[in-house]
Ligand binder design. Structure first.
Ligand code: FAD
Length: 449
């Protein structure tokens, strides 16, 4: 087998499997380093909106500083996390900055930077520069198999199914990056035992334009991430960009999530599709949630009752969707002697409470850039990405259990998380580096009331 040293010579022919945030971030960094990058995506260029908020944590900021060639703002800045109590008083949890964008805005921005894709979000993409490598994004193509090339020149061979023609073609790559999400084909090939696990609760979700809610509701939510905690369930609201990434007050969206614990039996009923009756597994998309199921949840919100501002937004959601919360963390990230790397949600799926998946994707992309640029070894790359993922995965479990379970159960998860923090501090001290533990709230802005 060729050594990783031999792999990392000259501009490489790199295939990225999966063209969402993690794949695009890796792709852009590698094109900027002069490599030839092909992103293979099974879905279309124009996706159905995720209606999701993605937080730009410290590594995303570092990534964007180096690789974003568009300069306008594309996130909404929340200045604190606050609790809205049942009597509608507000308690400040933590003063700290959180820049939150939407999945759609982020995706089209990264597309504009990767292959100059023109979208309604970014009609004038930035130009590439002479030192860039080539960037190709192919959609409606799915990687179905992958194996090491037989000849002595090394590399990997991939089988790709074209969803338009139904033909299967083969292509070669010096390096393959598996950025193919939580149901990763790459992970299932090398780590078949690592699977998504249901954590016992789901999120009832949806968005409403700010212009559609009352002035008082808008002012409560506009500058803060707002949480309402109840006995083993909680709601959260934050602001994300609106249509075409608009940050204009009124056009922005209020993003509502209500996490409720659900048994396997009730989950089965909730996940039945409202149009064709089949059972979903991880997501019931907008337009597919059964009317009776959603109406019953709205009635429950009135019975609880949720504080009026939360209730007002929930009642006004037109396209509700349901997300099943699942998680895993893979123990290995590099395969085939460093010719196959696993990144993003394919490597580790966090619970959403820490809003850290987008930051993880950026951290992985920056470390991939260092590995391919020979600034760190394969062993260093793998140790860092696994340590980062374990640490923030454990953090997301601790937060999730704090919100949704008994405090004693939560504290056990807290202990595991603090163990990972201690290990991280020790390793970082030993290596003479900064710890990998990140927080989003390390920058505080003045919050005038
Ligand atoms: C409905 C929804 C809501 C979300 N809400 C939030 C939120 O509120 N906040 C937050 O921080 N994060 C949220 N996320 C997660 C966030 O979108 C991801 O963390 C982020 O996109 C980075 O993930 P990724 O690129 O690693 O994987 P993904 O975004 O899952 O992308 C994987 C890509 O790989 C493609 N693919 C898979 N297999 C193959 C194959 N064999 N061949 C070719 N292509 C393949 C898929 O089509 C997909 O485009 C949400 C995700 C979803 C789906």
């Amino acid at each position: 087998m060729d050594s990783p040293k031999r792999l990392l010579v000259g501009p490489l022919n790199i295939v990225v499997i999966g063209g969402s945030l993690a794949g695009l971030m890796c792709g852009i960094a590698l094109v900027h380093a002069g490599h030839k990058v092909t992103i293979i995506e099974k879905d279309d260029n124009e996706r159905q909106s995720h209606m999701a908020g993605v937080c730009l944590g410290p590594d995303a900021e570092a990534y964007l500083t180096s690789h974003d060639r568009l300069k306008n703002a594309f996130s909404h800045r929340s200045r604190r996390v606050q609790a809205l109590n049942s009597d509608e008083t507000i308690k400040i949890f933590v003063n700290g900055r959180r820049d939150i964008t939407s999945w759609d805005t982020y995706y089209f921005r990264l597309r504009a930077c990767f292959d100059q894709y023109v979208s309604s979000f970014y009609p004038s993409p930035p130009h590439s520069v002479d030192s860039d490598g080539s960037a190709i994004y192919v959609c409606r193509q799915q990687v179905t198999d992958m194996f090491p090339a037989s000849r002595s020149d090394g590399g990997m061979v991939l089988s790709i199914l074209d969803h338009n023609s139904q033909e299967v073609k083969q292509t070669k790559a010096d390096l393959v990056i598996g950025a193919d999400g939580p149901d990763s084909f790459v992970r299932s090939k090398y780590l078949p035992a690592v699977k998504r696990q249901y954590v016992g609760y789901i999120a009832w979700r949806g968005t409403v334009p700010e212009s559609e809610v009352s002035e008082s509701t808008r002012s409560i939510f506009s500058r803060s991430v707002t949480v309402h905690m109840m006995h083993r369930h909680h709601c959260i609201m934050y602001t994300i960009p609106g249509i075409n990434g608009s940050l204009e007050p009124g056009e922005r969206l209020l993003n509502f999530l209500w996490y409720t614990n659900e048994s396997e039996e009730s989950l089965h009923d909730i996940l039945i599709d409202g149009v064709d009756g089949h059972r979903h597994h991880n997501l019931v998309p907008a337009g597919r949630v059964r009317e009776g199921i959603w109406n019953a949840q709205v009635q429950r919100a009135k019975d609880v009752p949720l504080p009026l501002p939360f209730l007002e937004v929930m009642i006004k959601i037109r396209g509700p969707f349901i997300q099943v919360i699942t998680e895993f963390c893979a123990p290995k990230a590099a395969f085939e002697d460093g010719r196959v790397l696993l990144v993003g949600d394919a490597l580790s799926l966090f619970r959403p409470h820490t809003a850290f998946s987008g930051t993880q994707a950026a951290f992985h992309a920056l470390r991939v850039e260092e590995y391919v640029g020979r600034r760190i070894t394969l062993q260093e790359w793998e140790e860092k990405v696994i340590r980062f993922s374990n640490l923030h995965w454990a953090q997301s479990i601790w937060w999730g259990k704090f919100y949704q379970h008994h405090m004693a159960v939560a504290l056990l998860s807290g202990l595991q998380y603090w163990w990972y923090c201690g290990t991280d501090r020790m390793k970082s001290w030993w290596n003479g580096e900064e710890p990998l533990l990140r927080t989003s709230s390390n920058r505080v802005d003045e919050y005038e009331s």
